[in-house]
Ligand binder design. Structure first.
Ligand SMILES: [Zn+2]
Length: 306
């Protein structure tokens, strides 16, 4: 309210007018400091980027979750890169196409060839000569396949077949990863075909104890452990001492994955990623970043995408 005819009031008003720029300046400095503090806080709390290395976009998933929906799921969960696989391989090619059409809306997509045409192939692929042809046909598409899998094989006999040997030889010759859901005997059989084969071990053997995993990593320098379904990593939400020791000893050998093998896993995608974030936050920041993203990024350096 103007204070007319009052020298004192005028002086106050004049002072206020003179001080206004100074106050404004202070306000700006204060707001800038606040914005910086907020920025730093959100940076500190920013969830690490995630690389989902174990993902299936099978035919039943493509019907329930169209491509636009799964891209939204990835963005909502900070998943900026994926290994895409599907049964049959059409779902993978849909994701590759989506990433090419609109890279800004999609994660980086690293495609793997799934050696299954139907669910039944899971039981027989390792002794089915037609699967090699399937793999060659997919490779000939030239869409940047970087691996074969996830496939399932158990026991030395099934993993030791001539058909599997041929696929291992192809993987080594073409520098492709194998993504193997297998027991310990089958893992050794894969390496017996060729010790240089590169294997992502789905679920890190599923039930193989962390202490035993250390031996496998030491013995096979090309072995990477994938961690989906390894709910034994935590107990009551806390990293167990055995896993903490293993992550400290082999920080460069682990990757994470959602394993969306049934549609229910797509529905739980947010929960699965939140579980990873929960225990990754208990690791040293560098180790967490490696397991969450950079280990996988290193495996597929030079692959298409960002
Ligand atoms: Zn799987």
């Amino acid at each position: 309210m103007p204070i007319r005819g009052c020298p004192k009031g005028g002086a106050v008003r004049n002072l206020a007018v003179r001080q206004a720029p100074v106050m404004l300046q202070s306000l700006r400095v204060f707001l800038a400091a606040l914005a910086l503090a907020n920025g730093l806080a959100s940076l500190a709390q920013a969830p690490p980027e995630l690389f989902d290395v174990h993902l299936h976009y099978n035919d039943e998933a493509t019907r329930a979750f169209p491509v636009a929906d799964v891209l939204r799921i990835f963005r909502a969960n900070g998943v900026t890169a994926i290994v895409a696989t599907s049964r049959p391989n059409d779902g993978t090619r849909m994701l590759v196409a989506a990433a090419r059409e609109n890279p800004a809306a999609a994660p980086r997509v690293v495609p793997f060839i799934r050696p299954y045409r139907t669910h039944a192939d899971r039981q027989t692929w390792f002794s089915d000569a037609e699967i090699y042809t399937l793999i060659e046909t997919e490779l000939a598409r030239g869409i940047g396949y970087r691996g074969i899998g996830e496939f399932h094989v158990f026991g030395a006999a099934d993993a030791g077949t001539a058909e599997v040997g041929k696929i291992v030889a192809l993987a080594v010759a073409r520098d492709l990863w194998l993504h193997a859901h297998c027991d310990e005997a089958a893992l050794e059989a894969l390496y017996a075909h060729n010790p240089n084969v590169k294997v992502i071990w789905a679920h890190s053997g599923f039930t193989t104890r962390p202490e035993a995993l250390a031996g496998y990593f030491a013995r096979h320098p090309t072995l990477i452990g994938e961690l989906s379904y390894r709910y034994d990593v935590t107990q009551d939400g806390q990293l167990t001492p055995a896993w903490r020791t293993l992550f400290a000893a082999f920080p460069e050998r682990f990757v994470i994955g959602s394993d969306t093998w049934v549609n229910a896993r797509w529905e739980q995608y947010g929960e699965i990623m939140a579980w990873y974030r929960g225990w990754l936050a208990q690791l040293p920041a560098d180790t967490a970043r490696r397991i969450a993203f950079t280990n996988a990024a290193g495996l597929f350096a030079g692959a298409p995408g960002r």
